[in-house]
Design a protein around this ligand. Sequence first.
Ligand code: NCD
Length: 336
Amino acid sequence: MEFAGANILSVDQFERSDIEQVFAVADKMEPYAKRRMVTRVLEGAILGNMFFEPSTRTRVSFGCAFNLLGGEVRETTGFKSSAIAKGESLYDTARVLSGYSDIICMRHPESGSVAEFAAASRVPVINGGDGANEHPSQALLDLYTIQKEVAAKRGSLDGLRIAMIGDLKYGRTVHSLVRLLRLYKKLHVVLVSPQELSMPEKYVSELLEAGHKVEVSTELTDGIAHVDIVYSTRIQEERFASQEEADVYRGRFRLNQAIYTKFCEPNTVIMHPLPRDSRSGANELDNDLNQNPNLAIFRQADNGVLVRMALFALILNVVDQVDRSAREVNWYHRRT
Ligand code: NCD
């Protein structure tokens, strides 16, 4: 695909070569993301960061990624502080805000809303999550993390074994991730969820049509036994009709160190898009995993900055100029 000026709305727009291109640029961003070097390549550019649903990582890492390339960030969070609360349409909002920004990231509770917004926008739009539909930048950073974490063990993503656990019905991160994984070969995908929260049929058929092996289970311990990656997710309580309905599933699949030791292969990598629900009734990834070197959740979150910097550099077409304005940082820096 041509990245310059493109919207990023769905992982469907990517071929394998596009993903490789994003990852190659993400690798180049390492010294800037780690704050060893600074670059001002997006000086003068403005990111409109519009988040109409709660967000920590996605919102802040998009903002940091833009700042690290030298650009400025303007943020709108929540409907209450936006004129959408006064009845303004997505069309009008898009027409107006795209006059104030060079690129926009948007999260919205309704499926398809970001695409609708993008159709009216005068600048590129990145989908930061639209309802239960998609979260393409998360899928890219998840895949980037998978590649980094299993690189030593297996040369390629082909043949990867992955278990996705939890709310597979409403989890947009797993929807985007399975779609992206489809592009690789001979995967073994284990889908572990309560029956009522299973992966929507269209994603399962797409995997099968692409020749992958799909196993469905309602038992955590079956699902995690023979995989390279355990990808855990939170019950998406905000998508349920009531809190009570969501509570039925809370805490159904809890991974802790004892279960990991007993059932997982020795180097199984643990991932989660975060936030993990750490309330005692949920606790899908126990704190006792924090010292487990295979817990990749914080490396995964860090990778979000690299991948989002890569998307900005590609869409605003400055990849070749990033290093040109680079210099070393001259402030104290804890190099970890
Ligand atoms: C996810 C999301 O918002 O879809 N979070 C994220 O962006 N990292 C997952 C979730 O909220 O459970």
